[in-house]
Design a protein around this ligand. Sequence first.
Ligand code: PSU
Ligand code: MN
Length: 304
Amino acid sequence: MQPIRFEPAVRGALDERAPVVALESTIITHGMPWPDNLAMLERVEAAIRAEGATPATIAVIDGSIEVGLTGAQAQSLARRKGGAKLSRADLAFACARGLTGGTTVAATMMAAHAAGIEIFATGGIGGVHKGAETSFDISADLDELARTPVTVVSAGAKAILDIAKTLEALETRGVPVIAVGQDEMPAFWSRTSGLRAPLRLDDAAAIARFIATRANLPSFGHGGVLIANPVPAEAEIPRDQMRAHIETAQAEAERDGIAGKDVTPWLLSRIVEITGGRSLKTNIALVENNARLAARIAVERARL
Ligand code: PSU
Ligand code: MN
């Protein structure tokens, strides 16, 4: 059995050292409902191709880590109910047991790095949950950013999290966090968070130069980089509106005893209901926006 398999277009692009952008799949299996999840993936892959890069969506199918999905594989993953949510702790187990599931930011970073892909686009990373001082719920995405040299293009940490604590945890782990085009850290559905981002760069070329410089500094290039790209203004839900929705969903999750891996998917889908579908439109718009920026970074990086 081959643990990592490449879709032919992705293999070809990597062999030619052409720009490739990895995409995660927990967002497909657990982050969005069918059929919006598949429509999102198709739009996002098209946006990457339009910028001159090759998309490589990563997932585990029947125990094999797929780097790049065929249309049929993407559709069957998106339709599937009850697939696994696979993070660092689950990846080898899923391979051994022949499971199928979506890879989180952490697991996708591992697979992307193993495949030789440097740039990865997602919606929002996992981080330190509200109430983590008692629940200890801190996403494995943060430790992965500390150890695996992949640049993750996000709209920040999901606003259901404690963003201030998430920034502290990233600083502790030595992860550069770079806001794009503004001083403030974005907050997923909203362009603002009320918190200053640690670092700022204004375009894809500057980000590509930073990644290249860092990779060339001996022993500095370990670990990942987090790019925090604000959602486009026309798609954003302002922070004061989101705050109330998040508090409502959070209180319901606590009441119903939602815990562990279920917390993030549960809150995201409840917030889609509470906002009458508006948060899903925003989520799709921000992933597409991140994919476009990631593709531009990959194109600039390939020139350096
Ligand atoms: N971004 C989205 N939707 C998602 C996720 C990110 O727009 O569903 C997923 C990512 O895969 C991320 C995961 O790694 O949520 C975090 O889960 P947890 O908090 O359980 O680590
Ligand atoms: Mn968690």
